[in-house]
Design a binder for this molecule. Sequence first.
Ligand code: PAF
Length: 281
Amino acid sequence: MLIVNTVCEAKKILRDIKNSGKSIGFVPTMGYLHSGHISLVDQSKKDNDFTVVSIFVNPTQFGPNEDLDKYPRNFVRDEKLLRDAGVDMVFYPSVETMYPDGYATFVNVERVTDPLCGAKRPGHFRGVATIVCKLFNIVSPDKSYFGLKDYQQVIVIKRMVEDLNMDVDVVGMPIVRESDGLAMSSRNVYLSPDERLSALSLSRSFPLVEKKLKSGERRASVIIKDVEDFISSHPYSRIDYVEIVDKDSLEKLDFIDRPFLIAMAVFINKTRLIDNKIFEV
Ligand code: PAF
């Protein structure tokens, strides 16, 4: 497994791979990997001849009061996981490599970044789109893999790829959950055992939605209220948002008349967790 730290070396290696007729699959990550990331690697290996994973905790997607400094990092552990998973190359640049002095260019995707996490984390998707655009330019992947836990991120990246005529197929992969339903996240490591119990309220709220729909309820506000009451009844929890939106445009739905996404962000003490599920009606 190659470990590459500079843009120049990464581009050279990947140009040679492309010229030899091989397809490149790419999994961008911020490290501290879990089974969700490995499921993306596995899919990339199935679909492509050469799999690249990037590990970069991207400062531009964190707000001033967010967890950039304490975001978990452990390259030695990640490297072993990726080697075992059969990854061909890891791109592991420094902040100075990705954002050298004088850096001034950002990618701003409009509209689909307005609701949900976009509303709650100003600037977040500008940072995500910028770094993913740069990584795509460096890696030139045929396909790139993202977990659908960050559902809005996948929509934003697909929009960017289409609008900027990028030649990459963006693949959204199913959420990987712990056996008790907790969506896998690098941030789960922040949770104490008690907090982790409360964190289960996110995924455990989905059967409530199912039940409401079965009973014929179609008012989004009523379903959201049920979910919010359920989650709030758990200790340490503070709701950032619970929204019901169109699964493609992410526009808010008042009345449910089509397949929809329920998406939520909840603070469990200081840890902000997200989850979502699509419901067909
Ligand atoms: O989902 C993530 O881990 C990050 O947002 C990404 C896509 C690697 C960009 O920094």
